[in-house]
Structure formats: structure tokens, C-alpha cells
Design a binder for this molecule. Structure first.
Ligand code: HEM
Length: 323
């Protein structure tokens, strides 16, 4: 209002964001126009914004800017910080990381064959990502313990009474702690502090058990539930799978991982890791050994790992046939 202090940098930042977004929207417009005029096949971009712009309803530039900004604010830090916590938890829980890889490699054996170089030639397609149930469970478990949005506040418009009888006067704020809800014994059990993706799966490990959204509130619940939830899982699963398939991560010696509570649950010093090449041979060998073991009771408990990850008979037969 007065153009002093923080207001100066705020208005400068708003101008920068406006300019950034208008440039993006104008580029997409030119692309779409060129495509219509010259009939060129496909556009450079095929993202959410381009799809909004291709819709029959013509949206104003200002509306498109608001949509793009909303998605950047709501979807960027939330997904990226969740991935930082996920990769860190994988380094602390090699058993979980191995199960993620066993699931991933089993799917790729079925869809791309036994030549592992073919697994990294092209990014995973939707149908492949969709089958990674254990990975989805591990990401959900990450968000339970380290929710990207650790607390959520609502402004009370009119006097109201909460279901437990608490009166909330108009003008007040109600804040609930998503972080605490994810660590409550009466909701998650005695082992609530443990990182256990299995709690999200059916007993035989073949189905993802969708939790009541009022128990798992990392995406909020009810009418204002996160609109990008499915997209967030798709993005996080794709990135997590792509990284773990190619690399082994090790936290850099001496690096401290600490929480920083703010609007987003950041890592105070980020996550510094050493990135090493991934050797998939032990994982592949284990899948083949497990397939050989199938039906042979003398093989022991290890054999359960793969079948417990939702691998169907075709995969096991394929592995058995190749070996
Ligand atoms: C791990 C990733 C994500 C988490 C943990 C997350 C979490 C949340 C939470 C807790 C809310 C409720 C905020 C409130 O009530 O004040 C929310 C709302 C929202 N999220 Fe997400 N989000 C994620 C990713 C995304 C992505 C990728 C998008 C879109 C590209 C997105 C779009 C939205 C939108 C548009 C809203 C507002 C919904 C409304 O108020 O009706 N989110 N999200």
C-alpha cells in the first residue's frame, strides 16, 4: 500500500511471476497457432496448461495464469519435498528399497523382457507405473510420517460448533496438525513411528488398501481434498522408479537430516547424497531364484518377497522360461 519495506520486494516478486507466467502462456499460444496454421504434427509441449488451452471453452489469459500459478504453488514443493523424505527413508531402510526394486524389475521383465538395458532406454509408461503398488505404499508411508503440508488452517466465516461440541466463533482460526495425526497410536497402532509400507497393503501384499481420507490427512480430506493427489502419486512414482532403477543413493558423510517446520515440511539442510550406479544383477538374480523356488517348500521364506508384491503368474512363468 505504502510501497515501503517488504511491500517493495513483494510487488517486484509479483511482477516477476506475472511476467514468467505470461511468457509461458504466450509460447503455448504461438505453438497452438502454428500447429493450426501449418498443420504441424504435435506441439512442443503436451502439459496440463496446453491441454487447458486446447479445450473448446476459451479461457482468459488471467484465468490461465491463475491455474498455472495455483498448480506451481500447490504441486511443486509438496511433491519434491516428499521425494526427499522418501529417498532418505530408503537409505535408512534397505529392506524396503530392495522390495521396491524387486517389484519394479518384475514389472519391467514382463513389459520389456530380460535385457536390462531396455529398462532404462525409455521412461516408464503409465501402465507400468500403475502396477507399482509397493512403491505407492512406500510413498504413502513417507507422507504419513513426513507430510509435505504439516499443518492446515481454516478461517471461520460464521459461528459454528465442531462435532465434539467445541464452539468456534466467527473470525477465529482452526488449525489441525497433519503431522501429529500421522503419528497417533490410536490411529496407526503401537508401531506408528516405524516406516512400514506393508501397512498400506492387503495381507497377501497384492492389493493397495485405500485408507479412510480422514485417517490419512496428508492430502486433506472432504470437499477441499487436494485436487492433484492422483497426479502427485503418478509424478512421484515415476521419478522414484526412474532414480532407483539407475542409481543407488547414499547420504553424504556428515550430512545432517533435520525437519524444518514451515508451511511445507522441508529438510533443514536439504538432502546431500552420493549418487552411485545401480547394479540390477542381484535384484534380477533374486527374482529368478524366487521363480525357481516357486512351489518348492525347501526354498525358505525369501521366496515370498516377490509373490507378496503383486506379481502375477505370467511374470513368474516368464522368468522361469527365460532361466
Ligand atoms: C505430495 C504431493 C502433495 C501433497 C502432500 C498435497 C497436499 C495438499 C493439501 C494438504 C491440500 C489442502 C490445503 C488446504 O486445505 O489448505 C492441498 C490442496 C490442493 N492441492 Fe495438493 N498436494 C500435493 C500435490 C499437488 C499437486 C501435484 C497439485 C497439482 C498439480 C496439487 C493441487 C492442489 C490444489 C489445486 C489444491 C486446492 C484444493 C482446494 O482448495 O479445493 N497438489 N494439497
Amino acid at each position: 500500500m505504502l510501497g515501503l519495506g517488504l511491500e517493495v520486494s513483494l510487488s517486484r516478486s509479483l511482477k516477476n511471476i506475472d511476467q514468467y507466467l505470461s511468457e509461458i502462456i504466450n509460447t503455448r499460444k504461438t505453438e497452438l497457432l502454428n500447429k493450426q496454421q501449418e498443420g504441424t504434427a504435435g506441439t512442443l509441449h503436451d502439459d496440463l496448461l496446453s491441454r487447458f488451452m486446447k479445450k473448446k471453452e476459451s479461457y482468459s489469459d488471467q484465468f490461465l495464469q491463475h491455474v498455472a500459478l495455483n498448480f506451481i504453488l500447490a504441486g511443486r514443493d509438496t511433491s519434491s519435498v516428499a521425494l526427499s523424505w522418501f529417498f532418505w527413508l530408503c537409505t535408512l531402510n534397505p529392506r524396503v528399497e530392495e522390495k521396491i526394486l524387486l517389484e519394479l524389475c518384475t514389472v519391467l521383465m514382463e513389459t520389456r523382457g530380460m535385457d536390462t538395458s531396455k529398462w532404462v532406454e525409455e521412461p516408464l509408461v503409465f501402465e507400468e507405473v500403475d502396477r507399482l503398488l509397493y512403491l505407492k505404499a512406500a510413498l504413502s508411508e513417507t507422507l504419513r510420517l513426513y507430510p509435505s503440508v504439516p499443518e492446515d488452517s481454516k478461517h471461520v466465516v460464521n459461528d459454528d460448533i465442531l462435532p465434539d461440541g467445541t464452539f468456534v466463533p466467527s473470525g477465529s482460526m482452526v488449525t489441525y496438525s497433519i503431522y501429529s495425526v500421522g503419528r497417533m497410536k490410536f490411529i496407526w497402532g503401537e508401531d506408528c513411528m516405524e516406516f512400514k509400507p506393508e501397512r498400506w497393503l492387503s495381507e497377501d501384499g497384492t492389493k493397495f488398501e485405500v485408507q479412510d481420507s480422514y485417517r490419512f490427512v496428508s492430502f486433506n480430506a472432504g470437499p477441499r481434498i487436494c485436487l492433484g493427489k492422483d497426479l502427485a502419486y503418478l509424478q512421484m512414482k515415476s521419478i522414484a522408479a526412474a532414480v532407483l532403477l539407475r542409481h543407488r543413493l547414499m547420504v553424504a558423510p556428515g550430512h545432517r537430516v533435520e525437519q524444518k517446520m514451515s508451511l511445507t515440511l522441508f529438510m533443514k539442510y536439504g538432502l546431500k547424497v552420493n549418487v552411485l550406479p545401480r547394479d540390477l544383477r542381484p535384484v534380477v538374480d533374486k527374482i529368478i531364484a524366487t521363480a525357481r523356488c516357486k512351489g518348492d517348500e525347501s526354498c525358505g521364506k525369501e521366496a515370498v518377497i516377490v509373490t507378496g508384491n503383486g506379481v502375477n503368474n505370467e511374470a513368474v512363468e516368464l522368468v522361469a522360461a527365460v532361466s
